[in-house]
Design a protein around this ligand. Structure first.
Ligand SMILES: *Cc1c(COP(=O)(O)O)cnc(C)c1O
Length: 421
């Protein structure tokens, strides 16, 4: 699949396929691709939804399953450091997101991580009842906020705006996703955080589409809290544990309601009453998923081998090639660009709107070019800089144009909706 032998659908003034090949030859990150196992011929533009498999993951999991679990059984908690694994992975993720040491907890899903930090944020600001977010924020973030507000029964409400501009004196917390999951537009974390704090509110950042894709500086931005996914750009595998950040200045008084035994100050004292562990350890609830954490650690270690600034530069160049090429044909094909044209203002994805978005995405997948569809009409293409080549970006643009121009998507089989889009 993904072998294309047609003439270029782009103007001669735009980058040619040979130019993309030359960029690959000069790419300082080119060898990173060898660290991943990708199906031959595939152009995988969905690493923002499920990151690719690092080659080292299978062997590591086999060791943990066969030797540690199978060989040493329960002794592994001490002998193989299972009990410290979440903390260790948390400290590694901290390096990717500009967080201080001992500020990142790993486990659960992003949704649950958000519940925990939001609960702590609301408890710090009991006189204020508003959680301020954007209408376009990822639904789970909004659902969790509504669920927590209802559970608290103190009159909290979720206020949704198009863009956060004015922060009123009832706002307890501003809760935003750093890079928009649909458009790829990126917020200025430091300035919005400062604005929230100046208005007496706290700031929570969801880094689902930032962590591992671009430099994040939580400490520099003075963020209060953050959460993010392990299975997207961190390449931790399907359902990988999420992470949660709490700024050190909040540690002493941090309390979250899912107070399980492994967040206790002395779990093996089996005390009747809960006493939170000091610092970020108090964010833990129950027993950590060791197999998933082992896989996530490999993904994070793989990223830590490369300077984030280099990854960002490549991600911007990849998205720029793809965006420029597709945009040059967009209006005649019924595509509308929805991602910022300025590479500094976006994350590592490019999205377009089209009335047949779902069928086009399916037709591309059938040709080996995997992006995804986001309701109601968005085609989304993620560019993980660790394992994508410039020629992949060029080819993907050509496939997209061909697929629409030839109406290859106009087939009943591409209109069948599957459960996961
Ligand atoms: C992918 C994503 C999530 C996923 O949440 P889970 O609970 O880990 O499934 C949450 N928030 C945003 C912004 C996302 O893009």
């Amino acid at each position: 699949m993904a072998v294309r032998a047609r003439p270029s659908p782009f103007a001669a003034s735009l980058p040619a396929r040979a130019d993309a090949k030359a960029m690959d030859a000069a790419d300082p990150l080119a060898l990173a691709r060898n660290l991943f196992s990708l199906p031959p011929g595939a152009i995988y533009l969905d690493g923002n939804s499920l990151g690719a498999l690092p080659r080292a993951t299978a062997a590591r999991l086999q060791d943990v399953v066969r030797d540690e679990w199978g060989g040493d059984l329960i002794a592994s908690w001490n002998k193989h450091g299972w009990i410290d694994l979440a903390r260790r992975v948390g400290d590694k993720i901290a390096k990717l997101i500009g967080a201080e040491a001992n500020t990142v907890s790993v486990g659960d899903s992003t949704s649950i991580a958000l519940f925990k930090v939001l609960a702590d944020a609301l408890a710090r600001n009991p006189g204020r009842k508003t959680i301020l977010s954007e209408r376009g924020n990822f639904p789970t973030d909004l659902y969790m906020a509504e669920g927590l507000a209802a559970l608290l029964g103190q009159g909290h409400r979720l206020e949704l705006v198009e863009r956060v501009e004015n922060i009123g004196d009832d706002v307890a917390v501003v809760m935003l996703t750093h890079v928009d999951y649909r458009t790829g537009a990126m917020h200025d974390m430091a300035s919005i955080t400062a604005k929230a704090q100046a208005a007496g509110a706290l700031a929570i950042w969801d880094l689902a589409h930032s962590a591992g894709a671009l430099p994040v500086d939580l400490a520099g931005a003075k963020a209060d809290y953050a959460v993010g996914c392990g299975y997207k750009y961190l390449n931790g595998g399907p359902g990988a544990p999420a992470f949660l950040y709490v700024a050190p200045r909040h540690h002493e008084t941090f309390r979250q309601p899912l107070q399980g035994w492994l967040g206790h100050a002395a779990p093996f004292a089996f005390e009747q009453a809960y006493r939170p562990a000091a610092g970020i350890a108090g964010a833990t609830t129950g027993t950590p998923p060791i197999l998933s954490l082992a896989a996530l650690e490999v993904g994070v270690d793989t990223l830590l081998r490369f300077p984030m600034a280099e990854l960002r530069a490549k991600s911007q160049a990849l998205t720029e090639i793809f965006r420029t090429l597709v945009q040059s044909r967009a209006s005649e094909l019924g595509l509308e660009g929805v991602s910022p044209a300025d590479p500094e203002a976006r994350g590592s994805q490019i999205s377009f709107r089209h009335e047949h978005a779902y069928a086009i995405v399916q037709a591309l997948i059938a040709q080996g070019v995997t992006g995804d569809f986001r309701a109601p009409d968005i085609l989304r293409f993620g560019f993980a800089p660790l394992y994508l080549r410039y020629v992949d970006a060029w080819d993907a643009a050509a496939y997209l144009v061909d697929t629409i121009e030839s109406r290859a998507f106009d087939d009943e089989k591409f209109r069948q909706r599957q459960t996961v889009t």
